[in-house]
Structure formats: C-alpha cells, structure tokens
Design a protein. Structure first.
Lengths: 241, 237
C-alpha cells in the first residue's frame, strides 16, 4: 500500500502530460525519417511500426536510467528513516507504467478508430505490459543496488542503454538479419517484449514466437536476481550512501 | 514453566541489543566497480560499535551520553532499524519514532497535507491512522491555511513544527530524542515540552541523546555513557 502512496512524491512528473506523447512522437519522426531511407524494412507503415516499438523502449530506458542513481539520490531518506527501500524504485516504475498506459491507450484508440485493432490480439497487450514492468523493475533493482556500492554502475548503465537500443529490433525487423543470429537476439528479453507489443496492436504476422519463451526465461532470471540482490544489499544502504 | 517465564520477560523488554558490532569500510575515494576489479587493496575498517550489549525495559527513560564520534548515532540507527549491524542481534518491540531529524521525509514540492501523508507513511503509520490523526496534527503544528501550500513556501520553524507534530501523533512506543532539539518559538517549545513530559508519564520508553549529563539527569532514570564504540558506564541516577 505504501508503494502507491509514495507515488504522490512524483506527481509533478505526471503534470508533464504533454511530453509523454510528444517525446516518442518526435523520436518517431526523426528516426523514421532517417531510417526509412536506409533500411529495407518490409512493413506496411514504418512510422506506426516504429512508434509501437518506441513506446515500450522509452518506458524501459527511462525507468532504468532514472532508477539506477535513485538510491544514492534519496540518501537523505535512506539515512534518516526506516522503510522498505524498494518503495523508491517501485514508485518510479509505477509512475512510468502509468505514462506507458496513457500513450498506449491513445495509440490503441487511434488504431481502433482506423479499424486496425484485432480484438483477439489485443488480449496479449496486458501480458506485454506486465512483462516489461517486471523486467524493468528487476533490472532497476539490480542496477540501483549495485550503484549504491559502486558508483560507476550508473555510468555503465548510461553507456549500455543506447547500445541496447540498437541491439533490440526497434528500428529494424529481425528478418533483415541472418537466420542463424535470430536465437541470439532472443536472449535479449526486450526483443520478445517489443514483438509481443507489436503483435498485439499491429496487423503483423507472427514472428518466431517459440523463442519468446527464451526471452521470458531470461526476464524471469533478471527479475529474481534483481530482487534477491536488492534485498541483500538494502540492509546496508545506510553504510554506502 | 520456564518458557512461560521467558515470555513475560520478553514482553517487558523494549529494546535488546546482544553483542552488537558495527564496522564501516573506510572509503578514501568514491567506491567504484572498476577499482574493485583492478586493485586488490585491503579494506580499511572502522569499528563504530564494538560488542555492545544493552537491555532497555518498557517505560524506562534512558539517556545516552558521549562525545562526537563515539558511536551514539550508529547505536540509534541500529535501534531504529536504519542500519544493520555487522554482527549481533537486535530486538525492538514497538514502533520507534525519532525526533532527531524531523524533515527527513518531507518533499518540498508537495503541499503540507500531502507531506503529512508522505512523512507519516515513512515513519510507519498506516493511512487510516493518519486520516484519524490528521486534524490533530494540523492543529498542533499550528500552520493554519498554509496546509494547502507547497512545503517550500514554509518557514523553517513551520517545517519543524509540522515534522514534530507528525512524529508525536504517530503514537510511538519508543521515542528517540535529542537534547539539542529546539522546535519553533517559545510558545511551541513549551507545548512540545509538555507533550514530551506526557510521554514520560504515559510510561513510554524514551531514549535521549546528549553531550551533557545535567540535561539527562533531569529527565532520565538511567544513563549509558558511550565512548569509542563501547558502552562504558550504566549508572542509575
């Protein structure tokens, strides 16, 4: 319950409502404009394809980069009050999930008006949202716990996020790559998550869904690892921040 | 029978520390992962508390006295559950509320009302409890119409008054006080002093930190002197 309450702390972020939509829209326009000349992606509407991948990606990268230094930033609270430390991280995740829901809702409404939503497929959307939220919390808990102890973890995360963007099929489809590499890409849990998002809202054919399970397993692993490390380290946050 | 006796005894105890040792790793630079990988230099360890054991019964008012760097803060942090000891066991029965840093749970962007909820939750109150106490908290803090204004518009005194008011309305079983605590103006200080006296009378457990013995002797029934991480004297006044 506390989790929900402390969300109030970040309420000013919600006021930047316009930016929730504007930011992915601008990214879509710039990336879409540039990449459609470079990449022979076989999709009907490249901008729509891009946008549906950018939304979950932006959620994921914002959450991770905001959470990683969070424990260190909130040191005044950590040093003065006893409360479950994961509240700090989960409140960021929840507020970002909220943003994701708003933009997804608008996108789905728009697509529905265009008559492009499949009612059966949309049932997968909540699965995708829960999945990405779990993955983002797990990896954020891991990164922030390590960052309390080793301050350069934050730099590492900042370096890895842009690389991760290109290692995930957001601006391209996996079809452009040799088949032998595909299974490797599914070790990146974001690959399957983005595909599930796209599959649920766009009229695209099923991709290699049997490999989605590999991504799900990796996500679960990260989630459990993050939780365990955070629980172990959180007892000593006071010593390290 | 023995087990039964033990239960009664445990109920009587507010705080029990057994062989508490707290060590900190001394950092000379920001700790980094790269450094951890590259160098295998030995860690320098500072022992803040060295094999400390103490028992505080319910209703006792305890003074803790000691110079800067003697381990007072570490001891209080361990009792409050903020820090985890390197070794030893801590037993605390009841809600601990510290009046040492009253502004810790505040967010300057939120209004007074929102901050009451935020701070209340952070010190361990339930939402319903806060709702019930809300009016009393506001009245005691005496901040009037400012309750809807964001906290950065408050004066320092108002913030402290609000913090104090939330803390005492949290209905603590164990109260941690600092002798240097001066909240607000003369009128409020008197009011808060009375309130703290009430805690003593209600038979709540009170821990008070000080540099001076005199302050403690007026309030406390017992005090510990702490120096270089060891509890030195436990004398009854």
């Amino acid at each position: 319950m506390t989790l929900k309450e402390i969300k109030a702390r970040y309420k000013h972020a919600i006021l930047g409502f316009l930016w929730i939509i504007l930011n992915p829209l601008l990214q879509m326009l710039v990336i879409g404009f540039v990449f459609q000349f470079f990449l022979p992606v076989q999709v009907d509407n490249y901008f729509l394809f891009l946008f549906s991948g950018l939304l979950p990606w932006i959620f994921f990268s914002y959450t991770l980069t905001k959470c990683t230094p969070a424990i260190v930033y909130e040191r005044s609270l950590i040093k003065k009050a006893k409360f479950p430390r994961e509240v700090i991280i989960l409140s960021i995740v929840f507020s970002n999930v909220f943003h994701l829901l708003i933009s997804l809702f608008l996108l789905v409404v728009l697509l529905a008006l265009m008559g492009q939503i499949s009612l059966l497929r949309i049932l997968l959307l909540p699965v995708a949202i829960v999945w990405i939220a779990l993955l983002a919390s797990g990896i954020s808990l891991l990164a922030t716990a390590l960052n309390a102890r080793f301050r350069d973890v934050n730099f590492f995360v900042q370096a890895i996020v842009p690389l991760w963007f290109y290692a995930t099929p957001i601006v391209y489809t996996l079809d452009l790559l040799p088949k032998s590499l595909h299974s490797l890409f599914y070790l990146n849990p974001m690959t399957a998550i983005i595909e599930v998002f796209r599959f649920s809202i766009l009229q695209i054919p099923m991709t290699q869904s049997h490999l989605w399970f590999a991504s799900a397993a990796v996500s679960m692993g990260i989630c459990v690892l993050g939780w365990v490390v955070f629980q172990r380290e959180s007892k000593y946050f006071d010593d390290w921040v | 029978m023995i087990g039964c006796k033990k239960m009664v005894k445990n109920k009587d105890i507010a705080i029990q520390l057994k062989n508490i040792t707290k060590q900190y790793v001394v950092h000379h630079e920001k700790p980094t992962f790269t450094e951890q990988l590259l160098s295998r230099s030995e860690k320098q360890v500072f022992t803040a508390l060295d094999d400390v054991s103490l028992t505080i019964h319910k209703g006792e008012s305890i003074g803790i006295i000691g110079p800067n760097g003697s381990g007072k803060t570490t001891l209080l942090k361990i009792i409050a559950g903020i820090a985890t000891p390197t070794s030893g066991t801590v037993t605390v029965n009841g809600r601990v509320v510290s009046l040492i840093d009253l502004e810790a749970g505040f967010n300057p962007e939120l209004t007074g009302e929102e901050n009451i909820y935020l701070n209340g939750l952070i010190i361990g109150m339930r939402r319903k409890e806060i709702e019930k106490q809300f009016k009393k908290i506001v009245r005691f803090a005496d901040i009037g119409t400012f309750i809807d204004a964001p906290l950065y518009t408050y004066s320092q005194g108002m913030k402290l008054r609000l913090g104090f008011s939330i803390a005492i309305h949290a209905n603590p079983d164990i109260l941690i006080l600092d002798e240097g605590m001066a909240v607000g103006d003369e009128k409020f200080r008197q009011k808060s002093g009375e309130r703290i006296q009430k805690f003593f009378k209600e038979g709540k457990t009170v821990l008070m930190v000080s540099h001076w013995k005199i302050v403690l002797t007026t309030y406390c029934s017992k005090f510990f002197s702490i120096s270089k991480g060891k509890i030195k004297v436990a004398s009854i006044i």
